[in-house]
Structure formats: C-alpha cells, structure tokens
Write a protein that binds this ligand. Structure first.
Ligand code: FAD
Length: 408
C-alpha cells in the first residue's frame, strides 16, 4: 500500500545539485525531502573537483573549516605537456577568493558532508534507497512525486518538485521537457594507477599524436582519463588490454609495468560524454537543475560546480516564496533565466574546445605543435589568470543570499 507524505519541496536526486539545494532550503526554514535512489554516495570516477566557486559557497555558509578538514589535495596551477613541451595553462593563486585552488575530494565525501550538515535541521529529510519514479499531476501542474522506497511505493505531495536526478533524469522525461543535444566528438575512459612511495605530482594533461591523457594526483593513486573518439571503446577492447596498457604507458611516459593494476576492462570506466540542455527547465510546480537541466562536457571539470551554482541560485530565489506558500511559475522561470546564461557560455566554450581542439588532436598522426595562444601564455604568465578565472569561478558566480547565511 502506498504511503503518503507532504512537504514544501521534494527533490529527486542526492547529487551535488539536489543535496546542496536541500541543505540551503532546509537552512532557510523550508521543509524539504531529498530522495536518493542509492543506499550510499559511494560512486567512483564522478566529479571530484571542488572549484574555488564552491569553496567560496562553503565559506559564505560558515562551513569551510569543517569541509577542508576532510582529506583533499589542492590544485593551485594546471599544466600540460603538449608533445614534449611543458606548458602552464591556469594559475588559480590570484583568484579573489578565500581558497584560490581546486580541492580534489572524492564526491562521496563531499555529499556525505552536505548530508550530515543538512541533518542538523529539522526541516531536512534525506531518504536513501528511494527512487523517484513519476510525477503526480493535477491538470498542468506538478503536485508531487511517486517513488519506490525499500518498504513500499510512496507518494509525496509538494508545492515544488525539483528534478536533480542527473543526466539521465527520469523526472524531466516524465515532465515532457525538450532536451537539445549539442553533441560531443569524444568519450573518456577513467582508471586509477597506484602512486609510487614518495611520488607526488601535479594534475596535468598530456597531449600527443592522436592522444589526450589527464593525470590527477590523488595522494596514494593517480586518477587518469584517456580521451577517445566517440564510440571507440569497443574497438579498443577488441584490440586487447595489453595494447591499451601499452598505449597509456607511452602516453604517460611511464614504465608499462606500472599499469599491471589494470587487470581487466572492469578496471576501466567509460564516461559517455554528452553535452545537452533543456530548452525550458520548469513547469508549474516543477524545476530541473544540475545535470538534469544541462549535462556538461568533462572539459574543465565544471559539472559539480555548475550544479552547486544552480542550487544556490534556486535557493536564493525560491526559499522565500516556498516558505510563504506563494510559489509561482514566474519564480521558476527566474531561476532558468539566471542560470541559462552561464550554462550557454560554459557549454559554448566546451564545444569550441572539443570540436576545434580535442576532435582534431584525436586524429593527429604526429606530435601536435604548440598553439599560438599557449605560446603567448608561457611568455606572459599573467594570461594564465584568465582561464583560472573562467574555470575556477565560472560565469555569473552565485553568492548565498544573506537571509540564508544568517539562518543557522
Ligand atoms: C565519470 C564522470 C567523471 C566526471 N568528472 C567530473 C569532474 O572531474 N568534475 C566535475 O565537476 N564534474 C565531473 N563529472 C560531472 C559531474 O559528476 C556532474 O556534472 C555532477 O555530479 C552533476 O550533479 P547533479 O547533482 O546534477 O547530478 P548527479 O551527480 O548525477 O546526481 C544525481 C543523483 O540523483 C540520483 N538519482 C538518479 N535518478 C534518481 C531517481 N529517479 N530517484 C532518486 N534519485 C535518483 C543519482 O543516484 C545521483 O546521486 C563527471 C561525471 C562522470 C560521469
């Protein structure tokens, strides 16, 4: 038999967007239920980059010291090897924020942290192992969510339903919203390689003949991404694991023996790169944020941070009308209006990078030449601050509204 619940806001999805929005609204005094279909947050190779803009949100909320007590690595500068030439691409150290670096932190630590901070508020409820399966509608208005909990199906009536259920959002499909696919010429393979004792290093990219690799130092291991042409994973698999290990070892300039820990294809995760966005993010009583509204390319590792920025913008605009029971479709429209611009600009930059740089590099048969812009950046290091600003702070940075900061 279905159980019935009522709340002011029901959020489907306990990722960065959903949990952060749940936390902010609960802190502002709005009754929130967050539904997460998994039993825990343990998911490997998700966005582990916490950018300066997100760290600044944590600082505005007075959470930064507790947050940074969690294990993380600091990335202050981003470099790359283009062929055999080392280049510096972004220098975060001059950003006008309290924490001018990217914190590399497992996403489950980040999510557990936000969930445990949320648990301090009576207005915050997180239901794990509970999957949103559909919308409850009354005429054109969304008035609630159907979900499957471990015990039984439940129905949750809410003044607002938020789909923060990621790039394969079930709820946005149920709502009939139109998605524009912007295309991507590549996929990415993720794997980890143990670090050697005493080894430390910088997060960097390696661009060679037909090959792009990213290596991120994570303390006791390297998290690596190998960028491949879209759909090429099956061809790679057919060529065999030994050939794959050789290619990676050559690209990283590592002793092939180091890659023995990639013992089967199960040790390699495929990220099917997708760049898309909704034309309209809302309906009466319903809003999409984060990847559910816009799947981002992994270029720049900005997905988590855009999701958090969406959550801040949504909470700033929606907390008061939700509390007062006056929420109107105009409020939801305003959230899209605020967040569509940064989404468009960020995706436009990603599309240029993937279509003009990454796609062509993947077809190169010889070592790439250093592009003129990168040469200039090496001669004039101050120019490295611009990509740091775009990556680290994003476009149209959100600040937590005073009334949410003041609430404890
Ligand atoms: C392999 C990989 C690597 C990535 N690397 C980076 C990176 O380095 N940096 C970066 O910034 N971004 C990265 N991203 C992207 C980043 O993870 C996402 O952009 C970001 O997590 C989006 O946050 P979100 O909350 O919108 O969605 P998600 O993180 O996808 O969270 C959605 C949540 O909803 C839950 N859910 C789904 N359906 C339902 C349902 N029906 N009911 C209830 N719960 C549901 C899911 O279990 C999940 O917890 C990566 C993504 C992948 C896949």
């Amino acid at each position: 038999m279905a159980g019935n619940l009522e709340t002011q806001c029901c959020i489907a999805g306990g990722g960065p967007a959903g949990l952060m929005l749940g936390y902010l609204l609960a802190r502002a005094g709005v009754a929130v239920i967050v539904l997460e279909k998994h039993a825990d947050f343990l998911r490997d190779f998700r966005g582990d980059t916490v950018h300066p803009s997100t760290l600044e949100v944590m600082a505005e909320l007075g959470l930064i010291d507790r947050f940074l007590a969690l294990p993380h690595q600091k990335v202050r500068k981003l470099g790359a090897m283009v062929g055999d030439t080392p280049v510096m691409i972004a220098d975060f150290t001059h950003l006008p924020v309290r924490e001018p670096y990217i914190a590399m932190m497992p996403q489950w630590d980040f999510l557990n942290f936000v969930a445990s901070e949320g648990a301090g508020y009576e207005t915050f409820t997180l239901r794990m192992s509970t999957e949103a399966t559909g919308l409850i509608e009354k005429g054109d208005t969304v008035v609630g969510v159907r979900a499957m909990s471990p015990e039984a199906p439940i129905e949750i009536r809410a003044d607002l339903v938020v789909a923060a259920d990621g790039r394969n959002s079930v709820l946005r499909a149920r709502a009939g919203l139109v998605v524009d696919d912007l295309g991507a010429p590549m996929d990415a393979l993720w794997f980890r390689v143990p670090a050697r004792p005493g080894e430390a290093g910088e997060t960097m990219g390696r661009v060679g003949a037909g090959s792009i690799l990213v290596q991120i130092f994570r303390g006791d291991y390297w998290q690596c991404a190998y960028v491949i042409p879209k759909g090429a994973f099956e061809t790679l698999k057919a060529a065999g694991l030994a050939a794959f290990r050789e290619t990676i070892a050559a690209g990283l300039k590592w002793d092939p023996a180091r890659l023995a820990t990639i013992a089967s294809w199960d040790d390699v995760s495929l990220l099917t790169v997708r760049v898309d966005r909704l034309r309209q993010w809302y309906r009466q009583g319903f809003l999409c944020i984060g990847d559910a509204a816009h799947a981002m390319s992994p270029i720049g590792g900005v997905g988590v941070n855009l999701a958090v920025q969406d959550a801040v913008a949504a909470a700033n605009r929606l907390a008061a009308p939700l509390k007062a029971g006056t929420l109107d479709v105009e409020d939801l429209k305003a959230v899209q209006r605020r967040r569509m611009f940064p989404t468009r600009v960020t995706q436009a930059i990603q599309l240029i990078a993937q279509n003009r740089i990454i796609g062509p590099v993947l077809e190169l048969k010889e070592q790439p030449a250093l592009p003129r812009a990168l040469r200039l950046m090496q001669r004039c290091p101050v120019l490295q601050r611009l990509p740091a600003r775009v990556l680290g702070l994003g476009v149209r940075r959100e600040h937590v509204a005073e009334f949410i900061r003041a609430a404890h």
